[in-house]
Design a protein around this ligand. Structure first.
Ligand code: CA
Length: 217
């Protein structure tokens, strides 16, 4: 199993490399956009750990290029920026625990090997990002695009408390008005919760008072 760590902060890069080698991964590293680009052009990896802010470029551009080239590498974004970037298989905000990183790597690799790219299952709910299809107990549930995006966001981080502002930015994008008006979030989440409940889902998006939401199963 071969990994590429793209991270300009040398202490973090070396720490990750050492820890992952101990877990029997083959680990390569790149500290710049240019170096990462060269390696990605020349080799393939089972999983890429990708920092966003690099001294000579943006990790997201690397991700875009991979997707355009139809490369199927699994990508886990490791970044201080708290939003799930489109096209990444997973996302881990800094700081994180090595045990959690290792679990995420295993999970994205397992997911991609399981055929359906990035398909997620939790309780009796399955979600397929490629077909934008959600099933509960094997029966399709019709969701609007934003409802699907919200559910997808939560299913990728079950039992994590998600700030409503972070959710808004992840699902609606950077242009979201950062005023205190999150009515669009409340109403979409409310509709989604109702649909999940009506379809008999074993998962539930719980409100965390004054903060946001949490998906429980
Ligand atoms: Ca960085």
């Amino acid at each position: 199993m071969k990994l590429l760590i793209v991270e300009d902060e040398s202490s973090l890069r070396e720490l990750l490399a050492r820890a992952l080698r101990k877990e029997q991964y083959v680990v390569e590293t790149a500290s710049t956009y240019a170096e990462a680009s060269d390696k990605l052009a020349a080799y393939s990896y089972d999983c890429i750990l990708l920092d966003i802010m690099l001294p000579d470029g943006n990790g997201l551009q690397l991700l875009e290029r991979l997707r355009r080239a139809d490369k199927r590498e699994n990508v886990i974004i490791i970044s201080a920026r708290d939003s799930l970037e489109e096209g990444a298989d997973d996302y881990l905000p800094k700081p994180f625990h090595l045990a959690e990183l290792s679990a995420r790597i295993q999970s994205v690799i397992r997911r991609s090997r399981g055929g359906g790219k990035g398909g997620i299952a939790l309780g009796n709910v399955t979600l397929d990002p490629e077909s934008c299809r959600v099933e509960i107990d094997g029966k399709e549930v019709a969701l609007l695009k934003k409802e699907f995006d919200i559910l997808s966001y939560f299913m990728q981080r079950p039992r994590h408390v998600v700030d409503k502002a972070v959710l808004a930015e992840a699902v609606w994008g950077d242009h979201v008005d950062q005023s205190d008006n999150f009515h669009f979030v409340y109403s979409q989440v409310k509709n989604l919760r109702r649909k999940l409940e009506e379809a008999g889902a074993s998962i539930e998006i719980k409100a965390v008072y004054g903060f946001g939401y949490k998906l429980i199963d």
